[in-house]
Design a protein around this ligand. Structure first.
Ligand SMILES: C[S@@+](CC[C@H](N)C(=O)[O-])C[C@H]1O[C@@H](n2cnc3c(N)ncnc32)[C@H](O)[C@@H]1O
Length: 224
């Protein structure tokens, strides 16, 4: 069982509700709303296949869900907050039944939320025999408090995604420079996987437009 904060740590303490302000922007954004650039999801779909329906349980404005739908997947999109996409008012951590076979999301990170999302997602996936794909902070892969957990729950595959910035430019303008330094990876858990995780690198530039094509030819068959 994971302990709180094991994957991404806790929200920094501050007298301000969302931390200190940098040029008027809160240090942690309300509700942890950090949307995923579409190229990150397209890159994931170039290397992973999902059989059956997919639940995006923290869908925000639908950045991931929309790409999954465009790729032809049946997607259930929910979020705690109303952003005008999917079904609002659904606290994933209070859900008792899986709403789809697979789960794909970029979860909220602060206050141990990513840990809780991961625990819950893996439990649902055990029920449905589905796949879980989570976009996480690359720093969480190499941290002394997390090594043991990763060893005990090795994802089947890990994909570093270069050059993406999960920041709502349309709400707050360009991301502060400290934020642009964050790096991300997809972790993918499949039923019955044991042993070492496979690792690969994804180029976000190859997926900035829907028409673009990856330079690699990686399929589940040749990437076992
Ligand atoms: C990092 S943002 C990502 C949004 C979306 N997944 C994407 O990739 O664009 C995290 C999202 O988690 C939602 N959220 C936070 N706590 C939640 C909870 N307990 N249940 C469901 N959604 C939650 C926030 O409202 C926010 O939309």
């Amino acid at each position: 069982m994971m302990t709180s904060g094991i994957i991404l740590g806790s929200r920094p303490r501050s007298s301000h509700a969302f931390g200190s302000l940098t040029r008027g922007v809160p240090r942690r954004l309300p509700n942890e709303f950090y949307p995923t650039p579409p190229e990150a999801t397209r890159a994931l779909l170039s290397v992973e296949t999902f059989e059956g329906s997919i639940w995006e349980p923290a869908c925000g404005e639908g950045a991931i869900a929309q790409e999954l739908r465009v790729a032809g997947h049946a997607v259930v999109a929910t979020d705690l907050i109303a952003y005008g996409y999917g079904q609002p008012g659904i606290d994933f951590l209070k859900e008792t039944r899986p709403r789809a076979r697979n789960i794909v999301t970029n979860p909220p990170y602060g206050d141990g939320l990513a840990d809780a999302f991961l625990t819950k997602s893996l439990a649902f996936a055990r029920e449905t025999r589905g796949t879980v794909a989570m976009l996480l902070n690359l720093a969480s892969l190499a941290h002394r408090t997390r090594t043991r957990w990763w060893r005990e729950h090795p994802p089947a595959r890990l994909y570093a995604v270069d050059d993406i910035v999960c920041w709502p430019v349309h709400r707050y303008g360009q991301a502060p420079s400290h934020f642009t330094k964050h790096r991300y990876f997809w972790a993918v858990w499949t039923p019955d996987h044991q042993g070492p995780s496979a690792f690969w690198w994804l180029s976000s530039a190859e997926f900035r437009t829907r028409q673009s094509r990856p330079s690699h030819n990686l399929t589940e068959r040749n990437y076992a």
